[in-house]
Design a protein around this ligand. Structure first.
Ligand SMILES: C[S@@+](CC[C@H](N)C(=O)[O-])C[C@H]1O[C@@H](n2cnc3c(N)ncnc32)[C@H](O)[C@@H]1O
Length: 508
């Protein structure tokens, strides 16, 4: 019996599984992206990525997860567009043999590979072999060695303690807390292991701020097997899969992560899998999220340009909120204001603009094509800029997304689930909106306009839930304090977020 079964997982949205994100990343990497009409997510958790990705485009998505409560949750969210979102509650093994399945253009697994048994990994590989079309794309993410190497003995202790303790604790949550306390006490004795691996203390600290349900799934799962890149490649290459690139473009920007000595050393290694494995050691990689393709078609320079020109761009953040600073393994680096400011100015009205149109406008401002393309890539990779594919979405999709967003806001606000993503049919993707912003969106949709109206409506909701606003970990006690906070929040919402929501089709 899987120990984390029954504990509800977190409600994340992972853009790497979004087809626009995947296709733009591949095109930038010089590999022809497949058209994605049919896609599949294995082990979808609460299914937020699955239900949003299937709502926002005309593609059909299918997914399976063994946890019934999660499958039921995802089914409820997507019940009004079941024609494009089919949710199964089957084990990978059973799902793999499901005769109703055809072949897919895109198969995704986020955070699954590390947490399943070797026999399930075999089933997953057979699924990829059988169900991914030639030229089809695979997204797979997993915890990585060497980054996890020093923590593994502690993870084993946490899991072992929890196993032994299970009979006497009232719940998995208290069991988790007890296990952490035990390991803390052990480390307080200053064991020799800690002297050799001092970074594990920091790792324990960083875990303390994380969501309990996430920690239970991450550390108390029956299987937890971080792997080196070459080990994963040994599973995938026999299926005729070619490694393409990281789903996070910035991972492949060498100057952000590798010293000159690293780069020189790696340049001598010609075999890509071995080079990537050595690179992971240089950056002490803890997590990889990768694209693999069943038969890669490299693009010429002109081909890359043609593919990129098919995209449009939309700035999903207020231009003044864009941090012109990029963080890599080597530390932080400031972006060149002379390139990025004109780009942000061009996009600051949140209108959808063609990729080529943006490059031309930048060139008119005296900025070279390569620099402009690089800046677009970096803003996209940092989540500030949406790349929109050429596929036209019908009006029906927009209606489905509106209904889905209403359901999401209902669960997030009324049931206090931490769901912070809403879909957009305009960008064919999702954007992050915290709970109070969702309250303002809901009030705006029902006709409230002024900061005062929005603040009062949000306060009514907060009050009805028996809550108070928390500001910088301090709970605001009086009505006056809460209303003042919400008034400032709603003013900012009307100035910054509302225009973006209108551009995304979330508000009219
Ligand atoms: C660590 S969680 C990741 C969930 C989700 N992908 C996410 O990142 O939010 C792993 C998921 O795989 C599912 N799972 C594990 N083994 C499975 C199996 N044999 N068949 C189907 N689903 C499985 C679990 O129920 C869980 O939802």
């Amino acid at each position: 019996m899987e120990k984390s079964r029954g504990i509800q997982y977190t409600y994340g949205y992972y853009s790497a599984m979004n087809s626009n994100h995947a296709r733009f990343t591949l095109a930038n990497h010089g590999v022809r992206p497949p058209k994605i009409r049919s896609a599949c997510e294995l082990g979808f958790g609460q299914g937020l990525s699955l239900v949003i990705n299937s709502a926002v485009t005309n593609s059909t998505w299918i997914g399976s997860d063994i946890e019934p409560a999660q499958a039921a949750f995802a089914r409820k969210l997507s019940s009004h567009y079941q024609n494009r979102c089919k949710i199964f509650n089957e084990s990978f093994e059973k799902f793999s043999d499901n005769p109703s399945l055809e072949q897919f253009d895109f198969i995704c697994l986020h955070g699954v590979w590390t947490w399943v048994s070797a026999s399930d990994r075999k089933v997953i590989c057979e699924f990829i072999d059988k169900r991914l079309k030639p030229g089809g794309l695979l997204y797979i993410s997993y915890n990585t060695l060497p980054g996890w190497a020093s923590f593994m003995p502690l993870q084993k202790l946490i899991a072992l303690f929890s196993d032994n303790n299970r009979a006497v604790t009232s719940s998995q949550l208290s069991n988790l807390a007890e296990s952490f306390k035990f390991v803390d006490r052990l480390l307080d004795t200053d064991p020799a292991f800690l002297k050799v691996n001092p970074a594990i203390k920091q790792k324990m600290e960083s875990m303390r701020g994380q969501d309990d349900a996430y920690l239970i799934h991450e550390y108390l799962a029956a299987d937890f097997t971080p792997m080196t890149f070459d080990e994963v490649a040994r599973w995938l290459t026999p299926l005729n899969m070619n490694y393409v690139c990281s789903a996070s473009i910035t991972d492949d920007v060498s100057v952000m992560h590798l010293t000159e000595a690293h780069q020189k050393f790696l340049a001598e290694i010609k075999e890509p899998i071995f080079r990537e494995t050595c690179k992971d050691l240089m950056v002490n990689k803890t997590f990889r999220s990768d694209y693999w393709i069943k038969g890669a078609e490299p693009l010429s320079r002109a081909g890359i340009e043609r593919e990129l020109n098919e995209f449009s761009l939309l700035l999903t953040h207020h231009s003044l909120d864009v941090k012109l600073e990029f963080k890599g393994t080597l530390g932080k680096a400031n972006a060149d204001e002379a390139v990025y400011r004109p780009l942000l100015d061009l996009l600051s009205n949140h209108e959808v603009k063609g990729y080529r149109e943006v490059i031309h406008s930048m060139m008119e401002r005296g900025i070279g094509e390569t620099k402009a393309a690089e800046a677009i890539k970096m803003l996209f990779a940092s989540g500030y800029l949406a790349a929109i594919g050429d596929e036209q979405n019908s009006g029906a999709v927009a209606e489905d997304v509106k209904k889905l967003n209403n359901k999401i806001m209902d669960r997030s606000i009324n049931d206090e689930l931490k769901i912070e993503f809403l879909g957009s049919s305009i960008i064919g993707g999702a954007c992050l909106f915290d709970r109070i912003t969702q309250m303002h969106i809901r009030s705006s949709l029902s006709g409230q306009k002024t900061p005062k109206e929005l603040a009062e409506s949000a306060w009514e909701t907060v009050k009805s839930l028996g809550r108070r606003i928390k500001k910088e970990s301090k709970t605001l006690q009086t009505e006056k304090e809460n209303l003042e906070y919400l008034a400032a929040h709603s003013e900012k919402f009307l100035i910054k977020s509302a225009p973006i929501c209108r551009a995304l089709g979330i508000l009219e």
